[in-house]
Design a protein around this ligand. Sequence first.
Ligand code: BTN
Length: 246
Amino acid sequence: FGRNVVILESTTSTQEEARLLAEQGAAEGTLVISEEQTGGRGRMGRKFHSPRGKGIWMSLILRPEQPLHLTQQLTLLTGVAVCRGIQKATGIQTDIKWPNDLLLSGKKVCGILLESAAEDDRVRYCIAGIGISVNLKEEDFPEELRPIATSLRLAGGQALNRTVLIQHIMYEMEVLYKLYNEQGFQAIASLWEALSGTIQREVKVQSQRGVVTGVAIGLNPSGALLVKVDGDIVPVYSGDVEFHTR
Ligand code: BTN
């Protein structure tokens, strides 16, 4: 992965650039990187702050064999790959918050957005969008993000080389994707559970079906978060996790 790379100075969103390339038949593993995004997107229609030269804003084209309803598994796989890539490149250990945020001391340092194009349940391609706040200083974040966002530089004290980070992340993506295709999701789920700061915590999840409050105990075979609610185990397929402290 990442041998075929398109590097842009500026774009609205690398997700759109990757989508165009995928529609034109670009190979699996094609990576689009931009120095800045003027309309960076997060999950649930949110904006994603992507200032020039300060972070890694990139989108990877995948062409998985799995059906559409299992693409959530790739979100989790991408989280594990980025977490391991950051660890290997910088020594910084991030926590994964289900499904896809990487946190440092409880603040977000990376977001992942997986989008798919499909016909019925057959996936034509997926775009794994990865946004990492690498070298932002406090003043590079808009005021409203300062209490909830951080960067690798703020955690590690020094500016980091983005190319080295990208190389490590692409290597990890390739290794885990191969493992996933050969051994299935369970191998990825175990890695995810070990790296996740969500398991065994009291959580409150704003899911599509309402609010679920309980203890996160693991993942089910399709990648849903299992939450223990008064003796029942409830799978949560999408939503936002809040940690609950009593
Ligand atoms: C989230 O936090 O909800 C997901 C954020 C994903 C951001 C990345 S940056 C590269 C790619 N392009 C986008 O517009 N979004 C993703």
